[in-house]
Unconditional design. Structure first.
Length: 345
């Protein structure tokens, strides 16, 4: 379809088109050219029909998902999780986590301590331990969403050990003298550079499909891990899907499940393509996660007030609480609004 105008017919259509472009842009599997073409096609359809975009295509977010299903090959969409993540993104997550944590810490210290801050062994051990543990949490999440559930649990166990170990080491070192006074602009500049490098880093290309090297049992284990870890299905539903797939494969006479279904990532996506259940379940998991963080910051804020940590100690903890509570409220609202109508399934 050839674009006849670069303007939408109405302001409401313009807002709809902007939302569509935003949602497609946030989907890492949709190339920029595909997104621009989809928006142009929708705009042209509005001009030609004289009908509003919402009436022609429905909700912009839902239409963005439809565009991705129809215009992006299934193997490309299956190579990433629901948030566009993949174990290949490990280095990006590492750079971004270190950069954001360093930026936040330096800005906080600039406000509370001035241009320099004292660095002690306890500070170094605690910051490094918590930071690396958080990276391990993210890497575990990437593995879990790639179907490597056991590997994900191993990373999370390592993160728990890292936090506990660094806290114990920091307590044992708390009476040691400061090592030096650090100008905060130096680590702040380095942290910002890490964030910029992470944002502009080109992820490595997807690896070749190696599912044929898996045994049949390992193939089905990976399928179960994907359904559970990437698509958030309940255990009972995962067992049923895997049992059905195994029975179908045995009846087919194929020598390997890949010969019948393809890669487990592709088959898992095909099983649930277009289903709202993974999105709802992910919203529920995110809502509980944000709620837990809000509870943590509530406790942290109360203790800061009781211990008399000072104005800035209370202020930044209040900001953290408001942020996490706001995210929790928004996610719960989205999850509840997205519940299926009991009268319509």
């Amino acid at each position: 379809m050839t674009s006849t105008s670069t303007r939408w017919p109405t302001d409401d259509d313009q807002a709809w088109g902007d939302r569509l472009l935003l949602r497609l842009g946030l989907d890492s599997t949709v190339p920029a050219g595909v997104a621009d073409e989809a928006v142009a096609d929708a705009r042209d359809a509005c001009h030609e029909s004289g009908r509003p975009a919402a009436e022609l295509f429905g909700d912009a977010d839902a239409y963005a998902r439809e565009v991705a299903r129809e215009r992006v090959p299934v193997d490309e969409r299956a190579s990433v999780d629901l948030d566009g993540g993949t174990p290949r993104s490990r280095m990006t997550h590492l750079l971004l986590t270190v950069g954001l944590a360093g930026t936040f810490l330096c800005l906080t210290l600039l406000v509370t301590s001035g241009w320099t801050a004292g660095v002690s062994p306890a500070h170094v051990v605690l910051f490094a331990g918590v930071l690396l543990s958080w990276v391990a949490v993210l890497w575990g999440l990437l593995d879990r969403r790639a179907g490597l559930v056991r590997s994900g649990w191993a990373w999370w166990a390592g993160a728990a050990v890292g936090i506990a170990g660094s806290a114990a080491a920091a307590v044992s070192l708390k009476d040691h003298e400061r090592l030096f006074e650090m100008p905060l602009l130096v680590p702040l500049a380095a942290s910002v550079a890490l964030v910029v490098a992470a944002v502009n880093r080109t992820p490595p290309p997807p690896p070749a499909d190696a599912s044929s090297a898996l045994t049949a049992d390992a193939w089905f284990d990976r399928l179960a891990g994907l359904l559970r870890g990437r698509y958030y299905l309940p255990r009972a539903a995962v067992r049923q899907h895997v049992a059905d797939a195994r029975a179908h494969w045995q009846d087919s006479g194929a020598s390997h499940p890949r010969d019948e279904f393809g890669a487990p990532e592709v088959y898992a996506l095909e099983l649930l393509d277009g289903s709202p259940e993974p999105r709802r379940n992910r919203q529920l998991a995110s809502a509980w996660g944000y709620t837990a963080f809000a509870g943590f910051w509530t406790y942290n804020l109360v203790m800061a007030v009781v211990d008399g940590d000072g104005t800035w100690g209370v202020v930044w903890r209040t900001a953290a609480l408001l942020l996490t509570a706001g995210l929790a409220a928004q996610t719960w609202r989205q999850h509840l609004a997205d519940r299926p109508d009991p009268d319509h399934g």
